[in-house]
Design a binder for this molecule. Structure first.
Ligand SMILES: [Zn+2]
Ligand SMILES: [Zn+2]
Length: 767
């Protein structure tokens, strides 16, 4: 046998385990397994993963290798394992040796992990030395992505490097049988980070455990507290108090957009919301995202006030995910608003002094600590559709996500879109999707965008020669790519949406992509968004789309759904359109205003044409009188979804016609007649909304049957609409199609970067 030692009968193995194996207790696990089997050797972290060199009898080594992949720690994810035979090493015993710092980076950054049950019981136990210590963690839980500066994952490459471990923590850290063996953020109240309460001038009022009690008292009194959490600041307030929530809305200039809530316990969530098995699993998972849950009727006094999510049948709810949140919530005992600590349009704050200046006139007090946050990682948002997770915001607990490819040895950067920006890096046949940044309108988010590019490419030692971006010339991300000095490659928006899902599932073409969203730059210079794309080996073809209509005022139409309604009516009725405007829309305009918009439409001044599904939703929401203007993106479409939920999808669709030009066009003209007819007859708006949803589903099913490709991908912001996604996917499945929609990457523009990379790989024919 090669490598077998002549005298001893021992052999040696060098095993490289790649994947999510750093910061999840993998080395202690290897140590315990090897020592329990009496094997000799070593284990270390290296940029390419965990490297094990081990010697022993062949049969014992075989058992070791089997259990190595079969008994991994709960948060570990194995990408690949390679084993080579080496000469038996000269070790006596088994050791964890220092990390090797050079070499190819193929290990993965672990996302931040919610507090584990062991750590929760320690902070709740008065006899434990970590009683009420808010920065408790172990190899199974705690901060990761938000404190990691570089790989391999070691304390000196995290923001915990500024804290010197005390003797007791050091002992745990060095004891292979301890749960904190090589837990890089290990800390206690003697040696680790601590809390402080600052007033609005930045003076320290109280510190340590007193700070916690102080903040609890203030929240109970109706004050707003800015909390430095895990991946950034949050604004906390008593969710039960109409007054407090109103104050927060006024100060944050956020009139309607729902606030996320944090609850002390799952039991309390179940009292206020319907929670399915999968929703429960998500709430309690290590990612611990905000989960959208259907609100139940509850008459008690302790429930969130209506103002946390006005007119919304859902609540965005999460459980405490750090010891700090655990302690706060246990002391409070009621649900609180826990919304991102930012000013409108700006990214969340991560630093105390930044928070002081940006949140100083929103919050009454700041509850801060001295563990630096390396990067913004906002709370993730998930909803469940047909018992499957649908990610709306890909951030804490999920980011960075890794998608394995079977080709793409190149390094590449994709800069994503302009809204809900996330970037992605291709390196060593892996696409790594970074965390949600937000819209790239403000200087602050542009800075984070640039920092993300810098840090993700340098951590993965990706030598970027090429940048992939959207085709929209006005996106900040596109301009960044153009100005980078590197070759930039533009990818059509909706094609990228479909490819992102193909990357998630490793789907081979051909597929029919149904990409429905608000705005995307089309190949013909118009605004696309109601698209059916045939994706094959060589690229894509626009197989069908919605009939286009003019959008008076362009982007203004996004803020004013009523403008979409006017454009739709003009397209349908031409110059006579004024006579068809329903009162709901008409009453908001003076005669002069209306005359001006009519002129714009007639003379085609600033009236870009669009096939956008998002704008069609907006137009219908305005026509039926649900909403004329919005205060946040997607508001009108959400309202229309909620209205339709009340009536369901079993109503008859409105008629739709199909025309064939250069591709199939779904003509909603007759549907608009039907809707106006129903409005005239005072048909309930829930019913009209339901019939509209049914009509859209019918369009997709009709076109899928015409084009007849067995695999169908659904992606784009409109599929954040659970009713639409559930209804359409199940109808298509009933027709025998295989239907794919994203579970690991966001369905909205947050997933674009992954699709952009796949487009560039496909374009180049890279193997
Ligand atoms: Zn733990
Ligand atoms: Zn300590």
């Amino acid at each position: 046998m090669p490598g077998e030692h002549a005298k001893t009968g021992l052999i040696g193995n060098r095993i490289v385990v790649n994947g999510q194996v750093q910061g999840v207790g993998f080395r202690p696990f290897v140590y315990r397994l090897a020592t329990s089997l009496g094997l000799h050797g070593s284990v270390c972290n290296a940029p390419e993963g965990v490297i094990i060199e081990v010697s022993g009898r062949p049969d014992i080594l075989a058992e070791f290798r089997q259990r190595l992949t079969g008994e991994i720690p709960p948060q570990a994810k194995i990408g690949s394992v390679t084993t080579e035979e080496i000469a038996p090493n000269g070790y006596r015993g088994f050791r964890v040796i220092p990390s090797r710092e050079t070499g190819e980076v193929t290990a993965r950054i672990t996302p931040d992990l919610a507090t584990c049950p062991d750590c929760i019981s320690e902070i709740s136990d008065p006899n434990n030395r970590r009683y009420r210590y808010p920065f408790t963690n172990c190899t199974n839980c705690g901060p990761r992505f938000s404190i990691i500066e570089n790989l391999p994952y070691d304390r000196k490459r995290t923001s915990m490097r500024i804290f010197q471990m005390c003797d007791k923590c050091r002992e745990e850290y060095e004891n292979p049988s301890d749960r904190r063996f090589h837990a890089q953020p290990n800390a206690c109240s003697v040696c680790g980070p601590h809390l402080e309460v600052w007033d609005k001038s930045g003076s320290i009022l109280v510190s340590h455990d007193e700070a916690l009690s102080f903040a609890v008292e203030k929240i109970k009194q109706g004050k707003i507290v800015a909390l430095k959490g895990l991946g950034g600041f949050q604004l906390l307030a008593d969710a039960r108090s109409e007054d407090t929530v109103r104050t927060l809305r006024i100060r944050k200039i956020r009139p309607d957009k729902p606030f996320a809530l944090m609850y002390p316990s799952l039991e309390m969530i179940q009292r206020d919301c319907a929670v399915s098995e999968i929703e429960k699993m998500l709430l309690e998972s290590a990612a611990a995202p905000i989960v959208l849950l259907k609100r139940k009727r509850n008459e008690s006094n302790d429930v969130p006030c209506g103002n946390v999510a006005p007119g919304n049948p859902y609540l965005g709810v999460m459980l405490p995910y750090t010891p700090l949140h655990q302690l706060l919530m246990a002391d409070l005992g009621f649900p609180i608003v826990a919304t991102s600590g930012n000013r409108g349009g700006e990214p969340i704050c991560i630093e105390e002094h930044q928070a002081l200046s940006e949140l100083g006139d929103i919050a009454d007090f700041l509850l801060v600590h001295n563990r630096p946050i390396v990067r913004q990682v906002d709370d993730s948002v998930v909803r469940v559709v047909r018992e499957q997770p649908l990610i709306l915001r890909h951030a804490r607990g999920y980011a960075p996500s890794v998608f394995d490819m079977d080709h793409g040895n190149d390094s590449m950067l994709a800069v994503g879109g302009h809204m809900k920006n996330s970037i992605a890096v291709l390196s060593k046949k892996k696409i790594v999707l970074g965390q949600y940044v937000g819209d790239l309108d403000s200087a602050g988010s542009r800075e984070i965008f640039a920092n993300n590019i810098e840090s993700l490419t340098s951590i993965h030692k990706a030598n970027i020669r090429r940048i992939v971006c959207d085709k929209h010339p006005d996106y900040y991300s596109t301009q960044y790519a153009d100005d980078s000095g590197k070759p930039a490659y533009g990818v059509q928006h909706h094609y990228a949406h479909i490819l992102s899902v193909m990357a998630e599932y490793g789907l081979e073409p051909p597929v029919l992509g149904v990409s429905w969203d608000g705005t995307g730059y089309g190949d013909d210079g118009t605004i696309w968004g109601g698209e059916f794309l045939r994706v094959d080996e060589s690229g894509y073809e626009r197989a069908a789309h919605l009939r286009t209509f003019p959008l008076p005022g362009g982007d203004k139409g996004i803020e004013e759904p009523r403008r979409c309604a006017l454009g739709l009516l003009y397209e349908r009725y031409g110059d006579d359109f004024i006579g068809h405007i329903p009162d709901s829309v008409r009453s908001g305009y003076s005669d002069d205003e209306l005359r001006l918009i009519a002129q714009m439409l007639r003379n085609n001044i600033n009236c870009p044409r669009t096939s956008s599904m998002g704008r069609l939703f907006d137009a219908v929401a305005a026509l039926v009188g649900i909403r004329q203007k919005v205060t946040f993106e997607g508001q009108a479409a959400m309202d229309l979804e909620f209205a339709a939920e009340n009536s369901g999808l079993n109503l008859e669709p409105y008629p739709v016609a199909y025309r064939n030009e250069d591709c199939t066009i779904a003509d909603w003209g007759a549907m608009v007649n039907g809707i106006l007819h129903d409005i005239g007859n005072n048909v309930n708006r829930n019913e009209i909304a339901g019939r509209f949803h049914s009509s859209m589903i019918m369009i997709a099913v009709d076109i899928a049957k015409r084009i007849n490709i067995p695999k169908i991908v659904l992606s784009g912001g409109c599929f954040q609409n659970g009713l639409l996604l559930a209804g359409l996917s199940s109808r298509l499945e009933d027709e025998g199609f295989g239907v794919y929609w994203p579970h690991r990457l966001p369905v909205n523009d947050g997933g674009l970067a992954v699709g952009q990379i796949l487009a560039a790989i496909r374009e180049k024919g890279v193997k």
